[in-house]
Structures are given as structure tokens and as C-alpha cells.
Write a protein that binds this ligand. Structure first.
Ligand SMILES: *[C@@H]1O[C@H](CO)[C@@H](O)[C@H](O)[C@H]1NC(C)=O
Ligand SMILES: *[C@@H]1O[C@H](CO)[C@@H](O)[C@H](O)[C@H]1NC(C)=O
Length: 334
């Protein structure tokens, strides 16, 4: 009884302080250097919600228009925009996923890490922004390619949070002390699931170790020198140390979609942060939806009848591979 009265008092005090705090808005700087527009989606959703509550949001990304749509101040340095456009112009992420190939080669992913940093920090707009005497209360970084953005964290000497946009990539969470056992954590760039045999587990572990080694090399020998050069004569603290300093993580995953894991209390799973309430289907979409399985499998029909069917149907990309040569399709084709 006593406890409940104290907690009620506590909540009332909290509400009162929230009301007072509502008067002065905070300035929040969001940074995503991801190479695809999907990285900006959770940022834009969060920005809309923060702006609606009276905060000032500034967003750095390679995609002009996104920040403006989300009510934020836009910062799209030309160098970054052009670099990302160039880098991704012949990409087919979905296609390679369906064929069972890795979406991008490890070498390309590594190159992207430091080239995107160089492109952003050497741009006149970024330099102007850094020297405009702005202050921020909080920085919100993308968990993917966050190392470069840590330079901004140092520059503005503000606390930072992560949105781990690539939900299956758990290394940013592991850097903060969350367990990432290789034996039961499928490597994000592989087709493995939690069900692996001994050999697959070994290969999976090797992939994790290789990725960590590459990450260390990338940060130590490329990102750190770039940041030291860009952020003044005294340089920045060790990027590896700063990576362990995030205050909170919004993890773009959910135990019903990714694997259920126990995280430390500084991680909140926020998958579908950007989702809108559902609306009823129109007549046309209803009809299309009924057609969808046939339409989606059309390009696969030929492949399925060849001796070694590749996993290419949307079903297989999401769950288990399609059984080879389904009877129904055989009869339809003959
Ligand atoms: C937010 O932006 C408005 C308009 O640009 C400005 O007047 C205000 O001072 C800003 N607030 C903070 C906390 O920076
Ligand atoms: C980590 O954060 C704390 C508190 O904000 C700060 O004092 C410390 O310098 C940071 N460490 C690094 C390596 O950035």
C-alpha cells in the first residue's frame, strides 16, 4: 500500500516534470550513412514523432527529400549523395538474395565503410555545418556504418543512441556487452538459420570472426585516420572505445521476426516503428493479392523445372527452400 502511494507520487512528479520539460525542446541530430533508402525509414518515423512533440531534428543522409518529409532539417552533402548513387547504381540486393548469393561482397562492404566517410567529411557542406557553432542534446546514429558518425559525437560532445537498422546484424549490440554466441547467432550475410549442423556452425563462427577482424582493421587503419584528420589537430578518441559508449539502442527487430534473445536493459526492440495502422484492402488490391503467389513465382517456373532448382521464390527467401519440382507446377507446364 505504502509502495503504491510512493510510486503514484513518483509518476505524478514525472508527469509534472515532463510538462515543464515540454516547454523547452531538444535538438537531435540523426545520422545515417547506409547505402539504401530503407536505412532512413525508422529515422524518418522517429523524426516525425519527435517533431510532433516539439523537438528540433536535423538529419544527415544520402537521400534528399527524406528529412524534409519527416519534418526535419535536411543535411545531404553532395559528396555523400553522389558517392552512394555511384556505389549502388548496379545493385540488385533482392535478386541476389533470391538466388542465394551474398548481397554484396565483403570487399565492397569494407570499401564502402571508409569511402562513404571520406565522401561525407570532405564535403564543403559538412565542413560548413561543423563550423556553424551548432549544439545538439542527442545524436542518433545508424548501427550500420556508425564508426564515421562517431566523429560527430565527439565534435558535439553529446550522448548518442543507435538505431540498429540491420536487425540481424548484432555486432553493434555485442560491442555494448550483449551476448552474441556465434554457435546460435546466424551470420547476417549468410543463409544460415538457428538450425545448423556442426560444420555449418563452424563456418558460421568463422564468418563472425572474419567479420570482426575486418571491422577492427577498417576502424583502426582507415576510419580512425580519416576522423583524426577531419576533426581537428588533437584528433578523436579511439573509435573502438567510442563504439562501446552508446547510451541506448533501438533494435530494428522483434522476437517474432528475428530470434528471441535476452538483451541488456539498454536495448529496446522497435521493429515496425514506421508501421502505420492497417486500412482495409480495396477491391483491386484484394484481387491482386489473390494473384500474388502465381505472379511472384513466374520467373521461377523455368528454374524450378531444371535439375537443380535454385531457391528463388519469395517463400524460400523467407522460410525454408521450396521442395524441388512441386507436382502442381510440373503438371501445369507439361
Ligand atoms: C528549434 O528550431 C526553431 C526554429 O528554427 C528555433 O527557433 C528554436 O530555437 C530551436 N530550438 C532549439 C532547442 O534548438
Ligand atoms: C563515454 O561517455 C562518457 C559520458 O558521456 C564520456 O565521459 C566519455 O569520455 C566517453 N568515452 C569515450 C571513449 O568517448
Amino acid at each position: 500500500m505504502k509502495y503504491s502511494r510512493i510510486s503514484t507520487l513518483f509518476y505524478l512528479l514525472m508527469m509534472f516534470s515532463d510538462l515543464l520539460a515540454g516547454v523547452n525542446s531538444d535538438s537531435i541530430f540523426m545520422i545515417t550513412m547506409g547505402g539504401t533508402k530503407s536505412h532512413t525509414v525508422p529515422f524518418a518515423a522517429l523524426s516525425r514523432a519527435l517533431v510532433a512533440r516539439g523537438h528540433n531534428v536535423t538529419m544527415l543522409s544520402a537521400f534528399p527529400g527524406v528529412a524534409e518529409d519527416a519534418g526535419a532539417e535536411e543535411l545531404c552533402p553532395d559528396g555523400l549523395v553522389e558517392y552512394v548513387n555511384d556505389f549502388t547504381k548496379d545493385w540488385d540486393l533482392l535478386g541476389s538474395r533470391m538466388k542465394g548469393d551474398p548481397p554484396i561482397s565483403p570487399w565492397k562492404a569494407l570499401q564502402y565503410g571508409y569511402q562513404v566517410c571520406e565522401a561525407t567529411l570532405s564535403d564543403p557542406l559538412t565542413k560548413h555545418f561543423l563550423h556553424s557553432g551548432r549544439n545538439f542534446d542527442l545524436l542518433l546514429l545508424d548501427g550500420a556504418y556508425s564508426a564515421c558518425a562517431l566523429g560527430f559525437v565527439h565534435h558535439f560532445s553529446a550522448p548518442y543512441m543507435l538505431i540498429n537498422t540491420v536487425g540481424l546484424y548484432l555486432a553493434p549490440l555485442a560491442a555494448l556487452g550483449n551476448p552474441e554466441p556465434f554457435a546460435i547467432t546466424p551470420f547476417f550475410n549468410s543463409g544460415y538459420t538457428e538450425k545448423m549442423n556442426v560444420m555449418q556452425r563452424m563456418a558460421n563462427g568463422a564468418a563472425h570472426i572474419f567479420c570482426r577482424a575486418m571491422h577492427w582493421l577498417l576502424l583502426t587503419f582507415t576510419i580512425q585516420p580519416i576522423l583524426n584528420k577531419a576533426f581537428g589537430p588533437s584528433g578523436v578518441p579511439s573509435v573502438l572505445a567510442m563504439q562501446r559508449n552508446a547510451s541506448f539502442v533501438l533494435q530494428n527487430g522483434h522476437s517474432s521476426l528475428t530470434y528471441s534473445r535476452a538483451y541488456l536493459p539498454h536495448v529496446a526492440e522497435v521493429a515496425c516503428l514506421h508501421c502505420r495502422p492497417p486500412r482495409p484492402l480495396t477491391k483491386v488490391t484484394q484481387r491482386l493479392w489473390l494473384w500474388y503467389p502465381t505472379v511472384a513465382c513466374c520467373p521461377c517456373l523455368k528454374q524450378l523445372t531444371t535439375p537443380s532448382p535454385r531457391s528463388c521464390c519469395p517463400y524460400s527467401a523467407i522460410t525454408t527452400p521450396m521442395p524441388p519440382k512441386p507436382r502442381l507446377m510440373d503438371t501445369q507446364l507439361s
